[in-house]
Design a protein around this ligand. Structure first.
Ligand code: IMP
Length: 196
């Protein structure tokens, strides 16, 4: 399958920037739902795949062309894998500075010393016919004791991937895109494009 342009069914500027950067070397231009003024799709599913498929298929139906969507989130062991699919809604007024304070406080209050966590991402390529294909990625790591770094978005300043002593917000987009949940899901998507 060949694309020179792809609609990314997201209004999240952090995700749009990452997907645009990752697809640019392949000559694929990304148009986002934000820039095309497409409607926000309600995430009524209970899994990452369900929510990503809802977004990709709704936008594919409206635009008549295949669309890519991502649903992702942070799963924290000490919090029984919360906030998970509810990660975006965990932030008071979409303020992630407050969301990270809340997360660090909740982990402290849980009494657990286990700081392991993972980011999960499911990318879905949805077709106007209603069919879709899903690609999953995950990165394991730990929640740091405090916020560190200014890069990235969302929970990046409190997440240090395994094998690194820096957070995603400190590591920069080159490193993050190679090892992140979204980067890994995207590598699977690209392999699929080459095979089909
Ligand atoms: P949604 O997929 O739009 O429902 O939102 C996922 C939420 O998970 C984001 O708003 C972030 O809070 C969080 N998240 C997902 N991926 C990342 C990431 O790469 N870094 C930091 N936070 C992320």
């Amino acid at each position: 399958m060949k694309f020179s342009e792809l609609i990314f069914a997201s209004r999240n500027q952090g995700k749009i920037a990452e997907i645009t950067e990752m697809l640019a070397p392949l000559g694929i231009k990304v148009k986002s739902a934000l820039e095309m003024n497409l409607p926000e799709v309600e995430e009524t599913g209970t899994t990452f795949e369900e929510n990503a498929a809802l977004k990709a298929l709704e936008i594919a139906k409206i635009t008549g062309v295949p669309c890519l969507a991502d649903d992702s989130g942070l799963c924290v062991k000490a919090l029984d894998n919360r906030p998970g699919v509810y990660s975006a809604r965990y932030a008071p007024n979409r303020n992630f500075d407050l969301a990270m304070d809340k997360l660090l406080a909740e982990i402290r209050e849980s009494g657990s010393n286990d700081r392991s966590a993972y980011f999960a991402c499911v990318l879905v390529l949805g077709f106007p016919s209603g069919e879709y294909k899903a690609f999953e990625g995950r990165v394991d790591g730990v929640i740091t004791m405090q916020k560190q770094g200014n890069g990235g978005f969302g929970f990046d300043p409190v997440f240090a991937p395994l094998g690194y002593d820096k957070t995603f917000a400190e590591l920069g987009s080159d490193v993050k895109n190679k090892i992140s949940h979204r980067g890994r899901a995207l590598q699977k998507f690209l392999a699929y494009l080459q095979e089909n």
